[in-house]
Design a protein around this ligand. Structure first.
Ligand code: AMP
Ligand code: ZN
Length: 456
């Protein structure tokens, strides 16, 4: 049985898709005005584990991911500059080039983290027509009104607006921390924004309400509707999307169709840096390339993320990344040594499945990996079972090659064996140093001397 924690009900629920063994997933994609930081990437790693777990359970998954290349404003309160246009100004490039450049960089990051690409990528700017249609539908149903700067969604028209986040609407009103401006309710949000009169936007379109651009939330509603219709199975994203972005997607969907657009809402917790939030807009963030430049294997970061449950906060530190990299290298070395009969161990497979199917418990799944490695099972069976697990874990185990030890190194190892037999410890140490200089090391175990490559 597959169970996921559904933010909508705040419960771990048995997963039942709408169409038998087919699962439709919508994932909020990146806003392409900068590189993704490793916090963003933690969310995409969680989503990849989700997707691979479904595939592992023989579901046929279709995932759609949007690319936000317009409409995401600097402030969630529908004011301020468009993030992509602001970056264009700063980098002296066109908004289109900025979006193209960072979308490409994002796709490269996914590849480096062994994250499967979605079945469909969809840019916000490629669905302007669908978004306008959606807003027209909301207008027909009486959910919209006009202000000086755009067309807004009237959240008071829904009786349970904010249920996803269990928003305290009264509290928001009293607190007055949210700028209301011309909006009728503090929680109302922009569906269509008018282009400013004093400045020419690079990205703008004609609409029934005048020249402008779509709001950020309508993009995801319109794209999900385009690919999946009124309702689909799973909607994923980072935890910060609960109170505003996904709350508003639900409002738009319910207003138009009477249905909550997705049945299961799964959210990944934040990656924290020095106990604080990591944000793209602050400018001081760690990209995947930063890790690579420092000599880390990107998959060490994937391993680190899987050591924590996706619903727990994870505090990033270089020390924890070092530890993850050591663990991963250790795993690689052990898997490289395994050889023999090809047989998947059913008991371990079931144990693994039970952990991963229980709301994606990757920390427990990793303990099953190490338990199997330490067991007395046949080496070949260990290897085939681990390769099977890796269909979910995505640590690149199937690409590992058995280490070919050069003849010269083998000779030195034999010589060292001889020296040890003769209790000539000085000579043995000297030979070990030669071996190390050649990029290998020896480990003396009871049965035999093992040789391993020092760098990957
Ligand atoms: P953005 O590109 O800003 O639209 O965000 C892309 C994804 O990253 C969204 O699903 C966010 O919820 C998520 N996200 C943003 N910051 C973090 C963080 N520090 N840790 C984990 N996920 C994050
Ligand atoms: Zn979205």
């Amino acid at each position: 049985m597959l169970k996921f924690f559904n933010t909508l009900t705040r419960k771990k629920e048995e997963f039942k898709p709408l169409k038998g063994k087919e699962v439709d997933i919508y994932a909020c994609g990146p806003t392409v005005y900068n590189y993704a930081h490793i916090g963003n990437l933690r969310t995409y790693i969680f989503e990849d584990v989700l997707r691979k777990t479904l595939i592992y359970n023989n579901y046929k998954v279709k995932e759609v991911m949007n690319i936000t290349d317009v409409g995401h404003l600097v402030s969630d309160a529908d004011v301020g500059e468009d993030k992509v246009e602001a970056a264009a100004r700063k980098e002296k490039k066109s908004a289109w080039d900025i979006a193209e450049f960072y979308a490409k960089a994002f796709k490269q990051d996914l590849k480096r983290l062994n994250i499967m690409e979605p079945d469909e990528w969809c840019k916000a700017t490629d669905t302007i027509e669908e978004q306008i249609e959606f807003v027209k539908g909301l207008e027909d149903k009486g959910f919209t009104y006009k202000t000086a700067d755009g067309i807004y969604f009237d959240t008071s028209g829904l009786k349970d607006y904010g249920k996803l986040a269990k928003l305290n609407i009264e509290g928001l009103k009293v607190g007055k921390r949210v700028k209301q401006g011309e909006k009728k309710n503090v929680t109302d949000f922009a569906l269509w924004k008018f282009s400013p009169e004093d400045e020419k936007r690079q990205m703008e379109w004609d609409s029934p309400w005048g020249k402008g651009f779509p709001g950020w939330h309508i993009e995801c509603s319109a794209i999900a509707k385009k690919y999946f219709g009124d309702q689909f199975d799973i909607h994923v994203g980072g935890i910060d999307h609960v109170p505003i972005h996904h709350t508003n997607e639900i409002a738009q969907g319910e207003a138009l169709t009477g249905k909550v657009p997705a049945r299961y809402w799964l959210h990944g917790e934040f990656l924290l840096l020095d106990k604080g939030k990591m944000a793209k807009s602050k400018g001081e963030f760690i990209a995947l390339q930063t890790l690579i430049d420092k000599g880390y294997n990107p998959l060490s970061f994937r391993y680190l993320c899987m050591e924590a449950h996706y619903r727990s906060k994870l505090n990033f530190s270089w020390k924890s990344l070092d530890a993850a990299q050591n663990a991963l290298n250790n795993l690689y070395n052990k898997v490289r040594e395994l050889d023999g009969e090809d047989k998947v161990l059913e008991n371990y497979q079931n144990e693994f499945l039970n952990t991963i199917n229980d709301d994606l418990d990757t920390p427990k799944a990793l303990t099953v990996v190490w338990k199997l490695l330490k067991s007395n099972e046949d080496a070949g069976a260990k290897k085939s079972t681990l390769l099977y697990f890796d269909k979910v874990l995505g640590l690149g185990l199937s690409e590992l090659k058995r280490v070919e030890i050069p003849e010269k190194v083998r000779k030195l190892v034999d010589e060292r064996e001889e020296a040890r037999k003769n209790k000539d410890w000085n000579r043995a140490d000297e030979l070990r140093n030669y071996i190390k200089k050649m990029g290998y090391d020896v480990e003396d175990t009871k049965e035999k001397t093992k040789i391993r490559k020092l760098r990957n």
